[in-house]
Design a protein around this ligand. Structure first.
Ligand SMILES: C[S@@+](CC[C@H](N)C(=O)[O-])C[C@H]1O[C@@H](n2cnc3c(N)ncnc32)[C@H](O)[C@@H]1O
Length: 298
């Protein structure tokens, strides 16, 4: 376990450097080792960098862009997935901070910095809000370390969603999270990187077991329910740092069993408390993402 709470500006190699590094490093593939967790590997597409590309970000490399283009070929609405998912995250954090009185957040699978990071949204409504970001991708850790340098009440820790006990026992997390007080647990666009064999529902339950009653879960999850043919986009992740598993509505609903679903329950992301100004979405299933906010009973 290593925690990363501060640091200098992360460096970003040029595209030419990335391509050269890719050539040098194209000696192994995902599956032959685990060095992407500790080593910068621009040659192996990563979910965080693919997602960054789909969102229009700059922190991605040729291998990520190539993978993202393959995903777009299989699922032409993949950009909408990223945009609608991120918009849901913003609305859910606003709900927790402004309406539910939540003052501490754990954002697991936080991803690369983007517009409207969790602490930026939460602190609009509650300046004292505390946020712990959690990810297992070294590039995400480096960029978030840079973003959070000097930002009080925030930390980024290197942990894996598949090890909930280790997350809850993290000493950096314990500095910001009071386990006697309700927290917001964010699992946004990350659980679809967890295999059935790792028991995603069990992982969620174990994380919530460690949090106070009245805590909230914010969950979003990719699905191919609306466009079964888009399921083949999953295969692109077979050569990425994490495999992907789209799931059905019933499978996602099972992950929040026993929790109180906040109105409107499990919906397509664009339909979860949409901004009135945004108008209605004609075909919300195009987002390929289910969204729900649920409360641990008091
Ligand atoms: C698609 S991004 C989502 C970013 C952000 N949550 C959002 O919805 O905008 C998925 C993130 O989950 C992270 N991730 C994937 N598997 C993980 C795991 N087992 N433990 C921790 N983070 C993980 C990836 O590194 C990536 O940063």
């Amino acid at each position: 376990m290593r925690s990363v709470a501060s640091g200098g500006r992360g460096c970003h190699t040029s595209e030419a450097d990335g391509a050269r590094a890719a050539t040098i490093l194209r000696v192994g593939t995902v599956g032959t080792g685990d060095d992407w967790r500790v080593t910068f590997r621009p040659d192996i597409p990563s979910p965080a960098r693919i997602y960054d590309y789909l969102l229009g970000g700059k922190d991605n490399y040729p291998a990520d862009r190539e993978a993202a283009e393959e995903i777009l070929a299989a699922a032409p609405d993949a950009r909408l997935f990223a945009l609608e998912n991120r918009a849901f995250l913003r609305r859910a954090v606003k709900f927790l901070a402004a309406e539910a009185g939540i003052r501490q957040f754990i954002d697991i699978g936080s991803g690369l910095p983007t517009q409207g990071n969790v602490h930026e949204i939460a602190q609009i409504y509650a300046p004292e809000a505390r946020v712990v970001y959690v990810d297992n991708d070294p590039v995400v850790l480096a960029h978030n370390r840079s973003m959070l340098h000097g930002v009080t009440n925030t930390a980024i820790i290197e942990q894996d969603l598949r090890r909930p006990a280790s997350i809850l026992a993290d000493s950096q997390l314990a500095k910001l999270i009071n386990f006697q007080e309700p927290a917001g647990l964010l699992l946004v666009a990350v659980v679809h990187f967890i295999a059935d064999s790792d028991d995603p529902a069990g992982l969620i339950a174990r994380l919530l077991d460690g949090l106070a009653p009245g805590s909230y879960l914010v969950l979003s999850h990719a699905t191919a329910d609306s466009r079964p043919e888009s399921a083949k986009a999953e295969r692109v992740f077979d050569r990425a740092t994490a495999r992907a598993y789209a799931r059905s509505r019933d499978q996602v609903l099972a992950m929040v069993a026993g929790l109180e679903l906040i109105d409107p329950g499990l919906e397509w992301a664009p339909q979860w408390r949409p901004d009135p100004a945004a108008g209605t979405t004609a075909d919300p299933g195009r987002s390929h993402v289910y969204a729900v906010v649920a409360r641990k009973p008091a």
